[in-house]
Each structure stands twice: as C-alpha cells, then as structure tokens.
Design a protein around this ligand. Sequence first.
Ligand code: 15L
Length: 277
Amino acid sequence: MKTILITGAAGDVGTHLRRELAGKYLLRVSDLRALKKINEAEQFVRADISKFQDALRITKGVDAVVHLGGYSVEGPWDAILNANIIGCHNMFEAARVTGVKRIIFPSSNHATGFYRRDERAKHRIDHRVYPKPDGRYGVSKVFGEALGSLYADKYGMQVFCIRIGNVNPEPIDKRRLSIWCSPRDIAQLVTIGIEHPKIHFEIVYGVSRNKRSWYDNSNAHRLGYRPQDKSEPYADKVLEREKPDANPIMEMYQGGTFTVLEEVPNPARLPKKKGRT
Ligand code: 15L
C-alpha cells in the first residue's frame, strides 16, 4: 500500500480527504495544529512547513505528497508569504531532495477568480487559460502552479494541480452552486493525481458535475475523472436563502468576496504615529 503525506491535514479539505482515502493508503498526516482524532491507519507528524527541516522530515519515504498545508483564504501578505510561498517552495524542494516524484497541489478557483462569471459564453475557461488571481491568496496559488510546472520540467517530477472550487458536504450558496465539489469527488481527483500513470504537469478544476459550472473541465475527464455528484438538486434550497447581493463586483466575478477583500494590514508595517513608539 502506498504511503501518502497530507499536509494541512487538520483543515476542512484535509479532514474530508482523510476520511475518503482511509483504507486505500497509509496516511502520514501533518499540520501545525494537533489533529482532533487520529485513526489507527494514520501517522501524525506535527510540522511547520515554513521551516525547511520540518518539510524534509515529513516528506522522507512517502510515495506522494498531497500538499494542502498553507493559508487557505485571503490574508495578510506576511502570512501568505510564509505559509504559501516559502512553505510551498519548501515542500517541492523537500520532495526533490528526498526523491518523492509525485505532488498533488491543491490550487484554488481563486487562481482564476477575476474571470467574469459570464466569460464561459465567450471563451472556454479550461486548464490552459492564463491565471487571473483575485487576491494575494490567488497569487500564491498561481505561484504554486508555476513552481509545479518548473519542478516537472526541470526535475522530472509529476505534478497534478487541482483548482479546487469549494469542498463541502453540500453547496452553501449561489456562487458555490457553480464551484461545489463533494468530498468523494475531490477524493477521486486526488486519487487520479496519485495513481494516473502518465502525469507530467496537469491542471484540472476541482468541481463536481455542476450544471452551473464556469469551467471546461475536459482535462480532468481526459484523465479519467467521472464526478459522482452535482449541485443542481440543492439549487432551490440554496437560492431560497440567498440574500440579494449588494456588491456588483462580487456578483460579476467568479471569485466573489475575494475580489473585493482587502489585505488585513499588518500593524508592524504601519507608519509610526508621532508620540507613539
Ligand atoms: C478557497 O480556495 C478556500 O481555500 C476556501 O476556504 C473557500 O473560500 C473556497 O476557496 C471558495 O471559493 O469557496
């Protein structure tokens, strides 16, 4: 049985994946925080992936890395830089140094969040479109994809990037009807990333079979993805409780709130006021 390292295992996606992949793989699960429950087939290793030695320690001896670890929403630049830029580079570098060939990099819909929601009518938003990140978080995901491309081309690694929509047991609002991904569908995509014999560098969208999808996910289908779930049966319930959106920018772009969120200022970087130290 293959041993798979999952970083960021305490987060929402990590928790769903651990449940869905249990029994198929030996899971080495890692996070900064302790995990609430660890099952017998899992090995927990605490790590701060912004430290290279930690990244190296947890990566040694695994067959593949599912690198979920990092800052998972828009946030202050320092946090994104540490977790998603330095941390991500550390994980790719640790895999290269320890000889782990395969990395599944969960990217995000926010790598392309500044595409308009009606874009699909004019152009296919597929794995080949140029990125249009909707914040620093989105930029960090584009960085991870670019790094993956470099490590595939330069070092022969096999890199599978999943631009994840929103993983939840059910779609939670109107925007998520378009980008929802059920836990078993994301697990199917991750499994393709681990098992497919011909991966060099791929980008797919992590979404279920949603009628309202904004993407052309034919690359995922080409690699064998057959989503089991769809958001439409939840549509009436979701739309009934949807509040009218006051912000036309959020409504226009795929990234929703991320397109209007501003970075939370880091107080240490603000200019000092006179008389204050
Ligand atoms: C993401 O990339 C985030 O990690 C997740 O927390 C959600 O905000 C999701 O996108 C989304 O767009 O719903």
